[in-house]
Design a protein around this ligand. Sequence first.
Ligand code: SF4
Length: 408
Amino acid sequence: MSIKTPEYQLNYFTDPFDTKTNTIFVNTCGFISSGRDEADTTVRKLLKAGKTVYLLWCAVQYYKKLTQEEGIKNVHYLSRGDLNKVNLKNIIQWYDSKNYGDFEFATGPRVYTNLEQKFEYLKIAEWCDNKCTFCIIPAIRWKQQSLTIEKIITEAKNMIANGIKEMILIAQDTTRYGTDLYGKPQLLELLKKLDKVKWNFTYRLLYLYPDIVTLNQVKELKKLKKFLPYFDVPLQHISSPVLKKMGRFYDEWYIAKFLDQIKKIFPVRYIRTNLIIGFPGETKEDFDKLVKFVDETKFDNIALFEYHDEPMAASSKLPNKVDDYEIRTRFTKLRQLVNRQLLEHEATRKWKEEIGYIMEIDKWIFVVRPQLHCPEIDAYDEITIKKIIGTFEDKTELEIWDKIIYTV
Ligand code: SF4
């Protein structure tokens, strides 16, 4: 069936409140209440400003219910099967077609929002098949939908052609990439193909789920030339009974093996994790084990979360809830340990030479990202020109993404 293409002026603005914008696409997060609250506040502000809002991804069903209950108009929803439709023009055509199932979507390059800083997110799959009990995604999601290796490579080439130098591969569970399409995880196969794409670029992975990355695969990663040894492994806990209640498939024995393997194979690497404190049934012994684990492992970056019930998550129905005061106390104790580790780490960096990329230049101040730190996640350094020792290209005028040697 042929679809009439509407006459839209497709200009792209990064400021949603710009007076010249009228249609806004909001990427919602259904993972935790703070994410939902942020999207909720943003949507209400946009509606107040007279915008038409399109909601995408995780929390679409949640908002659909909410806005219908409240009789809110001018909000539209993008949902199931939209993974291939994230090109702005196609989305609008898709909505106008009112014939969602029949539309043939072109695979034109998408709008890249981080072009100036030369990195971009490369989504390789959407949704996930896991059943982590603290997460509402199992309640609101669909089955994992991976993009084919060919489509991802095409997108990567588009990015390179647009000047992107670093790609950040993402999915809810990156490690299970391809299971839906190819019958088994194909992350390594994808990376091998991506690695062969010519030109000068690097890539990193977010959200590695450790049970499926075999120890042997960690060795294989070492053979890749453009892979950045950045391991973002959202472990959530270390105590096996807590992990089991969380619906995670690995235990403390495997985590220890996995981290050892990374450290052995990659003498220079960056390891980041997320931890939840006060999960239902977390005993004093479980928490002490977690503290010891953090103390000994010395992660490069940790995000800590206090557990709270998410109404649609399975964990909200678990018995033996930890008292709020106790959660706060445990959180504070772990936070203090992490802060102390960070300060110790910072002290070791003083006067040592660092290699990093310039991310911003503000007159005399250079915002520099140490080379393994992930854009928008890990800390950047702010330095003056005096701290710069040299550039690899020996340039006189520095620009964004120049690789420099500097001291903190
Ligand atoms: S892996 Fe677990 S926490 Fe992550 S999206 Fe899937 S169910 Fe949620």
